[in-house]
Design a protein around this ligand. Sequence first.
Ligand code: ADP
Length: 183
Amino acid sequence: MKTIKVDNVVIQCVQGDITKQPDVEAIVNAANAYLKPGGGVAGAIHRAAGPELEKECSKYAPIKVGEAVITKAYNLPNKYVIHCLGPRYGIDKPEDKLLADCYINAIKLAEENKITSIAFPAISTGIFGYPIEDATKVVLKTVFTLVKRITYLKIIRFVLFSEQDYIVYCKYLDELGGSYYEK
Ligand code: ADP
């Protein structure tokens, strides 16, 4: 795990599975518009949460690109799931703004619900095809900017499934974290 501190917020990146983060209050789903199980992150989250999650999700579907909605987490070891619909690379434009909107809206929902810790997967970088390096730069710049306005969140964790993606996140955390860096 790599950790930096920006203002009062701890920003972490870890290699792992988003469904196995029991020490965070909310996890974020890289959802599809209909908030159905599907593959990738959404499949793993619905499998671990159980069928009640799909039932609650059906009340909010469909969602728009960049939008976020919050549900309970059922059998997951967390309190909430925040579902975001990322842009499909090359289709939903402008991709960078829509990807940033996912993180902005998820953090807004977290703050509204007084959530103190949240874990994000690398939204849009799987089936939706967003190149990991470009996505990482957009995400970290967005989050570093938001951190100044955060009240409740104390931990923001990025969970990367593959070692390659984890290495990319670590590289940009160092580069973009810049002067904020505190071990
Ligand atoms: P999208 O449709 O938004 O691209 P995906 O679920 O296909 O979403 O993938 C998003 C990213 O999450 C990819 O980098 C993928 O490797 C990763 N991923 C897949 N399963 C998991 C998991 N269980 N935990 C964390 N990350 C995951």
